[in-house]
Design a protein around this ligand. Structure first.
Ligand code: ASP
Length: 605
């Protein structure tokens, strides 16, 4: 630890923040407090850049006018905490620093107190983020001193405040729900908290407040919201965190349109904080159309949709190409990419995984030699310009397919085409330019995806699962197919998608106990099992439950997008690593044998 004489703050009070000073403050005597961002010693003149949350300002210590103060300033080092009294002076035009918001002025110091010293930090907050993210996370308090992190965390605070204001102005109440609860139905693994009082029993941390918010509707709070932490023990991907924050809401007697309107309104308020003026209503698309046109349920609308081009080929053409004429033929168009070389086409094969029976035709020039008419027609159908890249995806011949097999085979063609579309969109983003930000609302292409399937088939377990969660209402017209044709049952479930990222999901819920029971049956859950997992909720449903519905959006993702950050960890103050570790506090850790004994837990080595 450096040997420093530390001063007391005494009766000094901060009068202004560093980054807010301008030329109009010239002549004022001010008191600043902050950290030493940088120090430059030019002999008779010593400069300290003092930093606080608002920015940096230059302080000058002049040996001639105050040798004692100058000598004291010589002893300070990076990240020391200082109080400085001084006069604001305009810089002469030759020394104005255009890169600094306070660059027109500097502070001529008349008093300096060293409030605290600092060890030499492992990296300097005055520089760009270092590439060693583990070190950044271990010393998060230093990392967060960097202006980017300060601005991201400030953006986060402003965005959640704007959302709260918007929702409460619409009559929503923010109501807290418990963290220590029992398993909730989002389908991930739970984080468990052992009970000391009931050894062998556990609370589960909520994967979402789903059942509580539905119960709040039963309790008569017809508009609920919460900016709330959720916990899911999932295998982590780059854009996941084990604990994350949702903007969660629920309304009684809503139509889907009402839910959309409320979400659009709070997104307008949130984006306004980043200077972006969104223009609702956002477009909508049914799930089936989304799969057919984009090969995915969260389409990135910044690039053209795919085009069905089966009809430009005759059955003989397709047979000659060993393609199944009963399956779709889909064209993917990426603008301005130009023709691909043989080498590039070979490399591209690593980029995407096609699902059988999907097959890719990426050499249209060659196809044109054998089928000039078809290629001319499909180029026109896709409205392709000469420098656009066109790739076809179709289904290879196979055994006779009918019913669910045929449905799956054509889905494989669409989703494979969708995967290629996305892989190429990423790879050729410099060429097509569609992802470049222009600083307007058009940079943000929102979409509501509606009418999701109610169930999805789990091949491994050979059973149907709820695609959203089991409290989602099926379409009224599809009630009859719950047991006979689960694949065809549509749900009143919706997602909000932005530039190919799912921002949130929700649904109109089941409010009748009899229908809830049928859904559990369709999911292969016995009455006993349903009762043991969700008994309290099923009972509550029997006491006059109003029709209700809601949604939850990921706050972390919204802030990440608004901050222009490329990882959730850039907008979460204390995030976990991809291996679910908090490097700063070093969690998780083993606990003492005494603690385990008290909880009645024996850990196998
Ligand atoms: N609880 C759901 C989720 O976390 C959202 C909802 O249905 O409101 O995805």
């Amino acid at each position: 630890m450096p040997d420093t004489q530390l001063d007391l703050l005494g009766n000094l009070q901060r009068s202004q923040m560093c980054g807010t000073l301008t030329a109009s403050d010239a002549g004022k005597t001010i008191t600043l407090m902050g950290w030493v961002n940088r120090r430059r010693d030019l002999g008779n003149l010593l400069f300290i850049d003092l930093r606080d949350r608002t920015g940096v300002v230059q302080i000058v210590f002049d040996k001639e006018s105050n040798p004692v103060l100058h000598a004291r300033a010589g002893g300070v080092r990076s990240e020391y905490v200082l109080a400085v009294v001084g006069t604001v002076k305009r810089r002469d035009s030759a020394t104005v620093n255009k890169n600094l918001s306070t660059g027109e002025i500097e502070i001529s110091a008349t008093e300096l107190r060293v409030l605290n010293d600092s060890k030499t930090p492992p990296f300097s907050p005055s520089e760009q983020a270092i590439s060693n993210e583990e070190l950044r996370l271990k010393y998060r308090y230093i990392d967060m001193r960097r202006p980017e992190m300060q601005s991201n965390i400030e953006m986060r605070s402003r965005v959640s405040l704007a959302i709260r204001k918007e929702l409460s102005s619409r009559g929503f109440l923010e109501i807290e729900t418990p963290f220590m609860t029992r398993s909730t139905p989002e389908g991930a693994r739970d984080y468990l908290v052992p009970s000391r009082v009931y050894p062998g029993s556990f609370y589960a941390l909520p994967q979402s407040p789903q059942l509580f918010k539905q119960i709040l509707m039963i309790s008569g709070f017809d508009k609920y919201f919460q900016v709330v932490r959720c916990f899911r023990d999932e295998d982590l991907r780059a854009d996941r965190q084990p604990e994350f924050t949702q903007i969660d809401l629920e309304m009684s007697f809503p139509s889907q349109d009402r839910v959309f309107e409320v979400v659009e309104a709070f997104l307008v308020a949130a984006f306004r904080e980043a200077g972006v003026e969104l223009k609702p209503p956002f477009p909508r698309m049914k799930y089936d159309d989304s799969i057919r046109r984009y090969g995915i349920d969260k389409p990135d609308m910044r690039l053209p949709a795919m085009t069905e081009v089966r009809d430009v080929f005759t059955e003989e053409n397709l047979n000659a190409l060993s393609l199944d004429p009963l399956l779709p033929v889909v064209a993917v168009r990426i603008p301005k990419v130009g023709e691909l070389s043989r080498k590039e086409r070979d490399e591209n094969k690593q980029l995407f995984a096609t699902r059988p029976p999907a097959k890719v035709i990426d050499d249209l020039k060659r196809l044109e030699k054998s089928f000039p008419d078809s290629v001319a027609k499909l180029t026109a159908l896709c409205e392709a310009e000469p420098d656009d890249l066109l790739v076809l995806v179709a289904g290879g011949c196979g055994p006779d397919r009918s019913g669910i097999q045929a449905r799956k085979a054509s889905e494989a063609v669409y989703t494979s085409a969708g995967a290629i579309r996305l892989a190429f969109a990423q790879k050729y983003k410099e060429k097509h330019g569609a992802f470049a930000k222009r600083g307007s609302a058009d940079d943000y292409r929102f979409l509501w995806v509606t009418d999701f399937p109610m169930f999805e088939f789990d091949e491994k377990e050979a059973r149907w699962n709820a695609a959203h969660h089991p409290f989602t209402s099926p379409h009224e017209h599809d009630f009859g197919k719950l047991l006979s044709d689960p694949a065809a049952v549509r749900a009143l479930a919706y997602d909000i998608v932005l530039n190919g990222t799912e921002l949130g999901s929700g649904s109109i819920r089941i409010h009748r106990q009899d229908i809830q029971k049928q859904i559990f049956n369709a999911l292969g859950m016995s009455d006993e099992e349903a009762r043991s997992r969700f008994g309290f909720f099923l009972e509550a449903l029997e006491y006059g439950t109003p029709p209700h519905g809601g949604i939850a959006l990921g706050l972390d993702r919204i802030v990440m997008i608004l901050a222009g950050a490329d990882s959730l960890r850039e907008v979460i103050p204390f995030p976990k690593t991809a291996k679910a570790v908090d490097l700063m506090v070093d969690a998780p850790t083993p606990v003492s044998p005494a603690q385990l004994r008290e909880l009645g837990i024996h850990v196998k080595s």
